[in-house]
Design a binder for this molecule. Structure first.
Ligand SMILES: Nc1ncnc2c1ncn2[C@@H]1O[C@H](COP(=O)(O)OP(=O)(O)OP(=O)(O)O)[C@@H](O)[C@H]1O
Length: 254
């Protein structure tokens, strides 16, 4: 479980979020919804253990991440996968791109090296790569150069790369913002599959309908903090906070 406990963050003197608390359990999808520029990416980077909060505590499985030494923190960080808003694939095949996540782990983790050796299938591509590409329905593109993919396919490969090394948590920043309905549906299905595998998923989105479709719980980020965190249906149907209600009803314009 990842927990933010009364966390604040500032870029220089500019405070972005204050006193945020949120926990993400294995096997649940949490939606972070809020208008553009409110700080959703910042919250994801705090959850990804990449930004050190200016106040408060970030814990992974009960361990206070910023109170450990750097080596421990790096190993904790490798348990958390993050997919940025823009797909950033390198100029190689789809399979090599997905394998990349495995190699990063492999360098640092001897146990995974052994496991990978056992998993390599007959054509030399680790089974985890096939499996991850199946999740986004792109196995047939294994040998295709990544540069030849459509935008939607590239997003799906980025997703596959992040799940390939089986993170305990997966953080997705606007995963479908530029995608057509079919690619959006495929990514949303892959999110549900990741949840079924026990991964704790966080999706930052300004698309409230998407949050309604896929999130078990939502955290509504307005101003410098969460106005409300709770089960999706309850928050959408009967928000307890007046600002949440106005945001959901489209009355709050940013
Ligand atoms: N590296 C940075 N240095 C200074 N300010 C930053 C930096 N990154 C983000 N900000 C500012 O912090 C605020 C929150 O940004 P953030 O990217 O977290 O918002 P967001 O909700 O993810 O936005 P969007 O939905 O448009 O991606 C913005 O005002 C942004 O300009």
């Amino acid at each position: 479980m990842i927990e933010l406990d009364a966390v604040s963050y500032s870029y220089g003197d500019d405070s972005v979020v204050e006193n945020l608390s949120l926990s993400v359990e294995p096997g649940e999808v949490v939606g972070i919804i809020g208008p553009s520029g409110v700080g959703k990416t910042t919250v994801l980077r705090l959850l990804a253990l990449r930004l050190r909060p200016s106040a408060g505590e970030v814990r992974l499985d009960g361990q206070s991440v910023w109170d450990t030494d750097e080596r421990t923190r790096l190993s904790l960080r490798r348990q958390v996968g993050m997919v940025a808003q823009e797909a950033s694939l390198f100029d190689a095949t789809v399979a090599r791109n997905v394998e990349y996540g495995l190699h990063v782990r492999k360098e640092w983790d001897e146990r995974l090296r052994d496991r990978l050796a056992a998993l390599v299938s007959s054509n030399g591509t680790p089974e985890a790569v096939h499996d991850a590409l199946d999740l986004v329905e792109l196995r047939e593109k294994l040998d295709q150069p990544a540069r030849s993919l459509s935008g939607g396919e590239a997003q799906r490969v980025s997703f596959a790369r992040a799940v390939a090394y089986e993170p305990s948590h997966l953080l997705l920043d606007e995963p479908t913002s530029d995608l057509d309905p079919r690619n959006t549906g495929l990514i949303e299905d892959a999110i549900r599959d990741a949840r079924a595998r026990g991964i704790g998923v966080v999706v930052a989105t300004h698309d409230m309908h998407q949050a309604e479709r896929i999130a078990d719980r939502v955290a509504v980020l307005l101003g410098d903090g969460f106005t409300e965190v709770g089960p999706t249906e309850r928050v959408f149907e009967s928000p307890t906070d007046e600002r949440t209600r106005r945001f959901i009803d489209g009355e709050l314009v940013y």
